[in-house]
Ligand binder design. Sequence first.
Ligand code: NAD
Length: 243
Amino acid sequence: MNKIEQLKEIVEKSNNIVFFGGAGVSTESGIPDFRSSNGIFSKSYNRNIMPEEIVSHTYFENYPEDFFDFYVNKMIFKNAKPNAAHIAISRLEKEGKLKAVVTQNIDGLHQMAGSKNVYELHGSIYRNYCEKCGRFYSLDDMLERFYKDKVPKCDCGGTIKPDVVLYEEPLPNDTITGAINFIAHADTLIIGGTSLVVYPAAGFISYFRGKNLVVINMSETAADRNADLVINQKIGEVFEQIK
Ligand code: NAD
């Protein structure tokens, strides 16, 4: 049996699947990941400072103009559309087979594909809040103020901060609890499109106690040695075949 057939069989026999994913899930939608050769983490940017440093809390506080320039131009892809992986994952939820998506992505593509129970470990580009008064701003509202003033400002004078988890910032507690709970009770965990090097998110997969651990990733990951099935192919192309 080839690997796609094996994956089909696992999905067929499972009724409590959780999907755990990262930036690689959205590369086929045109959003670069951080670690592939053409990923944004491989290029230095803006006075030779690496993006990892720019998307940190310290950088946001000290150089807000540079932060927003990078964030808006390199991390927001408003025209990106869900690919075959997002669509198949959403379909599995509708069929009752998949119970939750746990994602490190901030692009909202799982929800755009129709997934309902999505744990966004690192937040979302679609939510933005004033640091001072807490007022909510949509992505378009935030962008409008960014294009006007370089650093988006609320009417109260506070800076509008994207609701994304920057390096050095903690993950939201309720999201952690929910994500771990679903992973711990899953019969199948499908890990896809993630290098599994960003912590604490990557550590959550260790709560899995179920039957089938599947990894779908272009490159090797630390989860491969414990996996029942490892597929080193593009995740969209894989999900396209398990319809
Ligand atoms: P990563 O960039 O560290 O790793 C991506 C992994 O996906 C790599 O191992 C790569 O080989 C694999 N990959 C790339 N394209 C693939 C494809 N089509 N099919 C299968 N595998 C593919 O991503 P990460 O582990 O998610 O960690 C990076 C951090 O960057 C996360 O915290 C995330 O929040 C953030 N990020 C998010 C987005 C997004 O929202 N789309 C984009 C870039 C970075």
